[in-house]
Design a protein around this ligand. Structure first.
Ligand code: ZN
Length: 331
């Protein structure tokens, strides 16, 4: 069924007869409800912020994930097959899908790397003001390029994934209030002999090498730890999307929301937020994984698509008046 423009408008106004269907309930493998509604509501709030920043992006956000099509699997589980994602970088809905995708890809890659252990590293620089954020991210990436080419790193880290995270201090009582903290997370593969071998690098040496690579006049905060398991919190931390939406959608401070979205919108524009190197990049190629940032956001968990052919499809539409996804009537 194709939804016409008029039906979409009805849908926004809450008078769409399609809005009489059952509410969406989509459970993950752990039996928890997937956060479609919460992400859609956050996306609507962000659209209101974008009204003061970029009209075109505001419109794209308003149309994000208004239509969802699921295949119904054996046992009644749903698998997303169709959706209209807006792909605006800060969109809470799309960032959720991207982080699931990055996580799914990282898991698939790690599953092929039986011969390795993993370390989780966080490389930071000092907080910066909004007007300096873009330049700080440039410096961070240049520092990374020097750091991961250092002889000791090349010897110890056989590959890995690198993600950028920017946190925004929104605590008015903090002396760092309204400053930004750009930093890198790296999940690196090391040989199993690394922790007792001569390639081992101490926390102090990592810190010195990062300070040198980033050309800093102060001692930066660097944290490196061994991952106890590859399903660890480290992987989840690495796969979080670049910025939490609660760091820039601040319903109690609309002016700060607008200012923050403007800052992040420009500082993150055109950036590669996730990169893969060494054995991680090789595994990506072998697994024929698509781009985690620009690839499709419908299929995110790496499950074999051919395993669920020819199921019944069911469709849901976002019904703005009810603030719910409701099943569409079939014609
Ligand atoms: Zn979106």
């Amino acid at each position: 069924m194709i939804i016409t423009k008029n039906q979409e408008e009805f849908c926004y106004s809450g008078f769409n007869p399609d809005c009489e269907g059952e509410q969406l309930c989509d459970l993950n493998d752990a039996g928890e409800e997937r956060p479609w509604r919460a992400k859609r509501l956050a996306t609507e709030l962000l659209a209101m912020v974008y009204d003061s920043v970029d009209d075109a992006k505001a419109n794209r956000l308003r149309g994000c994930a208004t239509q969802l099509g699921f295949a119904v699997l054996d046992g009644g589980k749903k698998r997303l097959k169709e959706a209209n994602f807006c792909r605006v970088r800060l969109c809470p809905m799309c960032t959720w899908r991207r982080s699931l995708k990055v996580y799914g890809q990282a898991r698939q890659i790690i599953d092929t790397l039986d011969d390795y252990c993993f370390v989780f590293a966080t490389l930071t620089i000092k907080n910066v003001k909004g007007e300096d954020l873009s330049e700080a991210i440039d410096s961070l990436f240049s520092a990374w390029n020097r750091f991961y080419r250092k002889t000791r790193i090349v010897r110890a880290w056989r590959g890995g994934m690198r993600t950028l995270e920017v946190t925004h201090n929104v605590n008015p009582a903090s002396r760092d209030y309204d400053t930004y903290h750009p930093h890198l997370h790296i999940l690196a593969a090391v040989r199993k002999s690394y922790f007792r071998g001569r390639d081992y690098i101490s926390q102090a040496d990592y810190t010195d090498m990062w300070r040198d690579a980033a050309q800093l006049s102060y001692t930066p905060v660097v944290h490196v730890e061994k991952c106890k398991s590859t399903t660890s919190a480290a992987l989840a931390e690495c796969c979080k999307y670049a910025v939490k939406d609660t760091d820039y959608i601040l319903p109690d401070d609309w002016d700060l929301s607008i200012d923050t979205v403007r800052t992040l919108n420009s500082a993150l524009h055109g950036r590669r937020l996730v990169s893969w190197f060494g054995v991680f990049a090789d595994a990506r190629k072998n697994l024929k994984l698509d781009d985690a940032e620009n690839g499709n956001l419908v299929s995110v968990d790496g499950n074999d698509e051919t395993a669920d052919v020819a199921q019944e499809m069911i469709y849901y539409a976002w019904c703005g008046g009810y603030s719910q996804y409701r099943r569409r009537r079939e014609f």
